[in-house]
Design a protein around this ligand. Structure first.
Ligand SMILES: NC(=O)c1ccc[n+]([C@@H]2O[C@H](COP(=O)([O-])OP(=O)(O)OC[C@H]3O[C@@H](n4cnc5c(N)ncnc54)[C@H](O)[C@@H]3O)[C@@H](O)[C@H]2O)c1
Length: 430
């Protein structure tokens, strides 16, 4: 069988992309090194909360979607889209090893005329320098002559029901004009609006701008939370009011710290690359510092709230509400909830958590001690047994009125209690 395209890396980005292409009739091959994901797809089973098994099963049954761990199948593909992780190394430097490894895996099977598109978020130059280098070395082919090369950043918004791959405009930059044309033609089959740009580097830089924009604006709201808080002004009310301005303003919200695969990580891809050009990125780094300091501020607030009740943190039973990094998803990557749990446990608190999407905390590199901990059951006696509940992530399917009815002290980092009927001094906004 010849596939219209392969998607390498079947995670939060790659799987929805596979489904979007197969739904419009393309023959899609999903490739991953994780046999379990491949087996799940072939069995029509989803392993991502917001993707339905029925959707996968339908595409498999229609023979538009297949999956494999065998990279030699790249020989049968007209295009290959790379959606592999781009984390930070232990010194917070970009780690593009997954991209390079994938390039090495597919290069021996690359056919003339094939299109390779990198989708992973990364610094400008990754596609036309680093990836191009391994593809050419491993295939003996030349980019722009023998095969096409492009970059097109993913704009997935997990947990947002209005975020449909087909409707999110897709920025595409090609290594040559012919590469761009080929990539635009492919994406046009599955995505409504394509935004061509002049190079892979512009497309890479676009994605970084989008994510740094979020980081900087969240930092601004985190600062205003402290400043306005000291003035007795509720920053959440201010944001609601500012939101009514129909131009020149876009709301962002403060929180307990950044989470997820993108916002805490991507700015460092630019700051690292900027050094090579003698450019400083103090503004971006400052936003990162502010956001990273938020868990400490939240913990201080919890201390004070307990102190008012003549309790100390040591020995207190604390329930952390929401383990995932953002509302309505099951994704734990870089979740600030785990940072808060570390800090509170470090001060001698007894920690439990509740998260309807995360029944058990999975292993994480940075917080291994929480792996295997199970969410408590949502019931009155259990909630009442805690000295305080700390809302870290506000899932929509939690009953916050019940929380108000059952818990004596709530520290709320998300303004989740805004519509609940609460007692005086019961809720501390942090
Ligand atoms: N999750 C998001 O919301 C989001 C949004 C925009 C951009 N991105 C970017 O997209 C990229 C992928 O992110 P994700 O969230 O899908 O990651 P993920 O961890 O969910 O999925 C990555 C997949 O790649 C596989 N993989 C790792 N090494 C591989 C290899 N050598 N060959 C084949 N497969 C391999 C893993 O097994 C996993 O299934 C990252 O660069 C990320 O920054 C993510």
């Amino acid at each position: 069988m010849v596939f219209d395209l392969a998607v390498v890396g079947l995670g939060y980005v790659g799987l929805p992309l596979c489904l979007q292409f197969s739904k419009v009739g393309c023959r899609v091959l999903g490739l991953d090194i994780d046999q379990k994901k491949v087996d799940s797809i072939l069995a029509g089973r989803s392993y991502i909360h917001h993707i339905s098994s029925d959707d996968i099963a339908e595409q498999i049954a229609g023979q538009r979607l297949s999956a494999s761990v065998d990279f030699s199948m790249v020989k049968q593909c007209n295009a290959v889209l790379l959606c592999v992780p781009t984390p930070l190394g232990k010194n917070r430097e970009p780690d593009i090893s997954y991209i390079l490894k994938t390039g090495q895996q597919i290069a021996p099977y690359l056919q003339k005329g094939c299109l390779i598109v990198l989708e992973s978020t990364t610094y400008p130059g990754t596609t036309d320098e680093d990836l191009k280098g391994v593809l050419e070395a491993g295939s003996g082919l030349i980019a722009g002559i023998d095969f096409h090369l492009a970059f097109s950043p993913e704009r997935e918004d997990p947990g947002n029901p209005d975020s449909k791959v087909a409707r999110i405009p897709k920025v595409v930059g090609g290594f040559t004009p012919a590469c761009l044309e080929k990539a635009v033609a492919l994406y046009s089959r599955a995505i409504e609006k394509i935004v061509p740009v002049s190079s892979c580097r512009v497309a890479e830089a676009t994605k970084l701008l989008e994510n740094i924009f979020r980081s900087v604006n969240i930092a601004l709201d985190n600062v205003l939370k402290l400043v306005y808080g000291a003035m007795g002004i509720d920053v959440w009310e201010v944001i609601e009011a500012a939101k009514t301005k129909p131009f020149g303003y876009m709301p962002f919200y403060p929180g307990p710290g950044l989470g997820g695969h993108c916002i805490p990580i991507d700015p460092f891809y630019l700051t690292w690359k900027a050094l090579e050009f003698g450019q400083s990125t103090r503004f971006i780094e400052l936003a990162g510092e502010i956001n990273t300091s938020m868990p400490d501020w939240v913990v201080q607030n919890l201390f004070q709230a307990l102190n008012e009740r003549r309790k100390s943190i040591r020995g207190s039973k604390i329930l952390v509400l929401g383990a995932a990094y953002k509302a309505n998803v099951d994704d734990m990557r870089e979740s600030p909830s785990l940072v808060l749990m570390d800090k509170l446990a470090g001060h001698g608190a007894e920690i439990a958590y509740y998260d309807p999407y995360v029944p058990v905390i999975p292993p994480t590199r940075a917080h291994p001690q929480w792996a295997g901990l199970q969410s408590i059951v949502w019931e009155e006696a259990s909630i009442r047994s805690f000295d305080a509940c700390l809302i870290s992530t506000a899932h929509a399917n939690v009953d916050y009125q019940q929380l108000a009815d059952w818990s004596s002290l709530i520290v709320d980092t998300r303004n989740a209690m805004k519509n609940a009927n609460c007692k005086p001094n019961q809720v501390w906004k942090a």
